[in-house]
Write a protein that binds this ligand. Structure first.
Ligand SMILES: *[C@@H]1O[C@H](CO)[C@@H](O)[C@H](O)[C@H]1NC(C)=O
Ligand SMILES: *[C@@H]1O[C@H](CO)[C@@H](O)[C@H](O)[C@H]1NC(C)=O
Ligand SMILES: *[C@@H]1O[C@H](CO)[C@@H](O)[C@H](O)[C@H]1NC(C)=O
Ligand SMILES: *[C@@H]1O[C@H](CO)[C@@H](O)[C@H](O)[C@H]1NC(C)=O
Ligand SMILES: *[C@@H]1O[C@H](CO)[C@@H](O)[C@H](O)[C@H]1NC(C)=O
Length: 544
């Protein structure tokens, strides 16, 4: 939006919009300083900042984005120049000076800490999570720190300088290439200019030199030219290129240097800045409009598409232009731009997406008929925000995973089975009241009640001496008496020994073993008798 026009419209009102002209803005430790023709026009205090390490400008939404380093963490903030609101966008752990550059085409910020470049969408319509994906991991080594980033919005590249290396990669992380890789000591700071179709950088030949040089090359790294030797400085940094000038800072002297782009013989030092020096920073951002950047340049449809078509009345365009992120803008009676947000968006400039980060674990957010957020969860999650794993408390004794069908699957610990590992190997293992426990090999073992033995307590121990209902110890009827269990039919063989013919459900010498799949107790009618020792015993009552 054009400050001057807003000023004309509302200067007699209550000063709702804070206007100041600036051609460069310089980050300090806890403030942003705005300069116009070398004169300080405004200082914005940023109380939550510790050391601002880079500043980048979004001319479409008229805001600054800046990184702050507060070891062991870093933060990224936005400063809305229309409303003067400061917003924290991200906090991450960091062991190195972070930098960020903004690309208005993808509406994304590309930031780095030590040696990784991360994309971060600032498009309110994007439901993608802000950070986490590494776009590029840069090589690092002695004196090989990745110092700075620049974005080529027309070509769709991120450029970097890391030690002696100058490279680029597509915004999706593909086609990574090193363009310049000669022995210099450091390449410190980087800028890109669509107007001249050049990359600009600062380099230093040897450690201990007291000068740096400002270099340029075509986007492909060819046609290298030294534009200016910066004398009496160990480090020159904070390179920025505007419509007419190249700017930088010197480590030893506070202040901003300015070199005309067209005639690179004479650099002048602008009015001294109150900001302290920071050789690891890129603290200068310039007011370089998109119109100016691509004036006379053919083939940059990406930036051309961001320029308003001026279809609305002049005054509405000037105040409302790009003001509302996701909504319609109108001018209020007081001359203020006012947004009427699309469903699902809120905030003064419709910058808050209700769906943003709402559904967890990759769930897809949408609005229902009542404009309420609803999540469509990925396999394995449920709950209003897909916050509950379907594995949660599913497997009783084992690990859970989500199968291809989206259902939970258990992998049971030894000794357990069943869909939810709810079945213990002891389950129904010991017969006749035997007590089951798992041995060292996690195999079930039975401790039988008196009168039974066998691996599963299936054998009656009173085969010969018990259960005679008459005089104990005397077999008065027949050796077949009560010999076969479970309706087995008893007969004597040639040696006068009892032999059983079992029913289909039983086997064993006395038909004592159930062949039933459910391993249930022998289905026998039982009688309980009291033996002389006073021990109770349960026997089959089937009599031949
Ligand atoms: C930024 O630059 C443009 C073009 O030179 C100018 O019209 C505008 O007023 C400047 N903005 C501010 C806030 O100074
Ligand atoms: C850069 O140059 C060095 C030698 O100076 C070489 O070892 C290295 O492989 C080069 N890197 C790339 C990416 O070309
Ligand atoms: C090489 O760079 C110089 C200086 O920027 C410029 O004048 C010249 O036209 C460039 N040549 C090519 C072929 O790009
Ligand atoms: C301008 O108009 C073109 C063609 O009609 C359209 O594709 C583009 O999105 C418009 N740009 C803006 C910022 O409205
Ligand atoms: C369950 O997961 C743990 C940790 O990954 C592993 O050590 C253990 O072996 C797993 N148990 C089974 C039964 O898969």
């Amino acid at each position: 939006m054009h400050c001057a026009r807003v000023l004309v419209l509302i200067v007699l009102l209550v000063g709702l919009v804070h206007c100041f002209n600036w051609d460069i803005v310089v980050g300090g430790n806890k403030q942003l300083e705005f300069y116009h023709h070398g004169t300080l026009t405004h200082t914005e205090n940023i109380p939550s900042a510790i050391r601002i390490t880079s500043v980048t400008y979004d001319p479409v939404h008229y805001r600054l984005l800046f990184t702050d380093y507060n070891s062991p963490t870093m933060s990224i903030f936005s400063f809305d120049l229309s409303t003067r609101k400061i917003q924290l966008l991200l906090t991450a752990s960091s062991n190195y000076y972070p930098r960020a550059v903004y690309d208005p085409v993808t509406q994304a910020l590309y930031w780095k800490d030590y040696n990784r470049i991360y994309p971060m969408s600032l498009n309110p319509a994007s439901s993608k999570k802000a950070d986490g994906n590494v776009l590029v991991k840069l090589i690092t080594g002695v004196a090989n720190y990745p110092y700075d980033l620049a974005v080529d919005s027309c070509g769709g590249y991120i450029y970097w300088v890391a030690g002696k290396e100058l490279g680029r990669v597509r915004l999706d992380g593909s086609e990574r290439e090193v363009l310049i890789n000669e022995t210099v000591w450091l390449r410190l700071s980087l800028a890109i200019d669509q107007q001249t179709q050049k990359i600009y950088w600062i380099e230093k030949t040897h450690d201990g030199d007291d000068h740096c040089s400002i270099e340029s090359a075509n986007f492909n790294g060819k046609n290298r030219t030294t534009l200016y030797i910066v004398r009496n400085t160990r480090y020159a940094f904070s390179l920025a290129v505007s419509k007419d000038f190249i700017y930088w800072q010197n480590f030893e002297q506070e202040g901003i240097w300015q070199l005309p782009k067209s005639e690179t013989a004479t650099a002048i030092k602008l009015h001294s800045m109150s900001s302290s020096s920071c050789a690891n920073c890129n603290r200068v951002a310039v007011n370089y409009t998109i119109e100016e950047q691509i004036q006379g340049i053919k083939g940059c449809n990406a930036l051309q598409g961001l320029i308003s078509n001026n279809s609305k009345s002049e005054s509405t365009v000037s105040i409302c232009q790009n003001y509302c992120f996701q909504g319609e803008c109108s001018v209020s009676a007081e001359g203020r731009p006012t947004c009427s947000c699309k469903a699902g968006y809120s905030g003064e400039r419709c910058e808050v997406n209700a769906c943003y980060d709402y559904c967890l674990h990759g769930g897809v957010c949408s609005l229902n008929k009542e404009n309420k957020r609803v999540c469509q969860c990925t396999a394995g999650y449920e709950g209003e925000r897909c916050d509950v794993s379907i594995c949660n408390e599913y497997c009783l004794k084992g690990n859970c995973s989500v199968g291809a069908d989206g259902l939970p699957k258990c992998s049971c610990t030894t000794g357990y089975s069943g869909e939810r590992c709810e079945i213990n190997a002891c389950h129904k293992h010991c017969l006749n009241g035997g007590v089951c426990s798992l041995n060292e090999e996690d195999e079930p073992a039975c401790q039988c009640t008196a009168g039974y033995d066998g691996g599963r307590c299936e054998v009656s121990a009173h085969k010969d001496s018990s259960c005679d209902t008459g005089n104990s110890g005397e077999r008065t009827v027949s050796t077949c008496h009560q010999f076969c269990l479970n309706n087995g039919v008893c007969s004597l063989n040639e040696a006068s020994e009892p032999v059983c013919q079992c029913t289909a459900d039983y086997e064993g010498e006395r038909c004592e073993v159930s062949v039933n799949k459910d391993l249930c107790c022998p289905k026998v009618t039982t009688v309980t008798v009291t033996l002389s020792q006073g021990v109770q015993s349960t026997c089959a009552s089937t009599v031949v």
